[in-house]
Design a protein around this ligand. Structure first.
Ligand SMILES: CC(C)(COP(=O)(O)OP(=O)(O)OC[C@H]1O[C@@H](n2cnc3c(N)ncnc32)[C@H](O)[C@@H]1OP(=O)(O)O)[C@@H](O)C(=O)NCCC(=O)NCCS
Length: 380
């Protein structure tokens, strides 16, 4: 029997339009991604992560003084309460960075000066604060677990450069800074993906920004979503370690009916426009860092999966080799996705709350018939 007669949910809500939004435009057939109408290729070529944050949160590109102000507000928010640093220090060292990020993002609310407020302005403040703080959580945790001293933020640097400084203890090269900045731009928003939907559902109960972002991080972690970039690297590493043939390795995965992480997409039926940039970055960084093998391996896998399964590489495929070449540990790949996507999540939470209604869909009930007579336990 069905409780909503005649209504059947497509599995995975494929093709369902669940909200109206003015943030992100995707044409899955043409391979178009745009934030507030601006094509991702133009943004990747000309913009910065901070400018994209402004665009997402305020709905338009900033003037020079507006961008300066946002950059300085984001830089000022590069601080964590000592209580948070203490909490990072007592985390068992084996805990994956994504789990730490999920839990500690929630605790950031204890120290947020706007915690009691859920209005538009307070949420913009929280968006700025969380964007700065998430990057610090990831960098600080990585140093703590490796027994390295924490690095003070440098408020004169861009978001990308400061993150790399706090992570590695040395200021990044201009190439590394720009590479990460572009990666942050490319990952900033993607319409109603699973984590953004989770954030909006939580926000729509009139819970708060921290709760919504914590929900989103939980959703991002899975290997069908943000966790795919780490899974891609594990494959590349296995192939490299075993000196295996990349094509044969992936052929074996497909024969075993395994999905190849970094391929396929619910919305794009053509090239994921983000992959276009990450492919070039992976190639160029590989060459300039003297580690071309990661790109070469990836390229062979991409050609094979495309020919064999007609599946295109998605955003996660070339992120893996790009981040690895930047010297980033594999379990930071998905947290770095969150370091960028916090901008889009926050924009969606703000948009949701600006015109809110509880998100509460129905289920197509397919269980035992009603009424199912209750039999006392001794008679079952
Ligand atoms: C992204 C993803 C979850 C989209 O899923 P979806 O729209 O629900 O599509 P499905 O998982 O139902 O896949 C449809 C078909 O393509 C196949 N397929 C999809 N992605 C595949 C992959 N990466 N490797 C091998 N086969 C894949 C499925 O096995 C399925 O085949 P079938 O119809 O013969 O059973 C899926 O492509 C995937 O799991 N990719 C790998 C994980 C990943 O990279 N995630 C990051 C996305 S940005």
């Amino acid at each position: 029997m069905s409780s909503v007669v005649g209504v059947h949910a497509p599995k995975g809500l494929e093709g369902v339009v669940a909200t109206t939004s003015g943030i992100c435009y995707i044409d899955g057939e043409a391979g178009v991604l745009a934030y507030r109408g601006y094509d991702i290729h133009e943004l990747a070529d000309h913009s910065t992560f901070e400018e994209v944050c402004y665009l997402l949160w305020f709905g338009r590109l900033p003037k020079a003084d507006e961008l300066r102000q946002l950059r300085s507000r984001m830089a000022e928010e590069r601080k964590l309460d000592p209580g948070i640093v203490k909490a990072l220090q007592v985390v068992p060292k084996h805990v994956p960075a994504m789990d730490v990020l999920r839990t500690l993002t929630s605790t950031l609310s204890y120290y947020d000066p706007d915690n009691a407020r859920n209005d538009h302005d307070a949420n913009v403040n929280k968006a700025i604060r969380l964007t700065s703080q998430l990057a610090m959580l990831v960098a600080n945790y990585d140093r703590i677990r490796n027994g390295k001293p924490l690095v003070e933020p440098d408020r004169s640097l861009s978001h990308a450069a400061n993150f790399l400084l706090m992570l590695n203890g040395v200021a990044p090269s201009a190439t590394a800074e720009r590479a990460l900045d572009i990666a942050l731009i490319l990952h900033a928003d993607h319409e109603l993906n699973a984590s953004t939907f989770a954030a909006r559902v939580t926000a729509a109960t009139l819970s708060d920004m921290h709760a919504a972002i914590t929900s989103a991080i939980g959703a991002l972690k899975g290997p069908l979503h943000g966790g795919a970039n780490e899974a891609v690297y594990r494959i590349l590493e296995t192939i490299d370690r075993g000196k295996a043939d990349p094509v044969e390795h992936v052929r074996g995965m497909l024969a075993a009916k395994k999905k190849v992480p970094g391929f396929g997409h619910r919305v794009y039926h053509t090239e994921d426009p983000r992959a276009t940039h990450l492919r070039v970055m992976s190639r160029d960084l590989g060459k300039s860092s003297g580690q071309p093998q990661w790109y070469k391996m990836s390229e062979k896998i991409e050609q094979f999966v495309k020919a064999e399964k007609k599946l295109n590489a998605n955003v996660d495929f070339y992120s893996a080799s790009t981040y690895h070449t930047l010297g980033i540990d594999e379990d930071l790949f998905t947290p770095i996705f969150a370091v960028s996507r916090i901008s889009g999540w926050a924009a969606h939470v703000i948009e949701q709350l600006d015109d809110n209604r509880l998100i509460r869909p129905r289920a197509d009930y397919q269980g035992p018939d009603y009424p199912n007579r209750y039999i006392p336990i001794e008679k079952r």
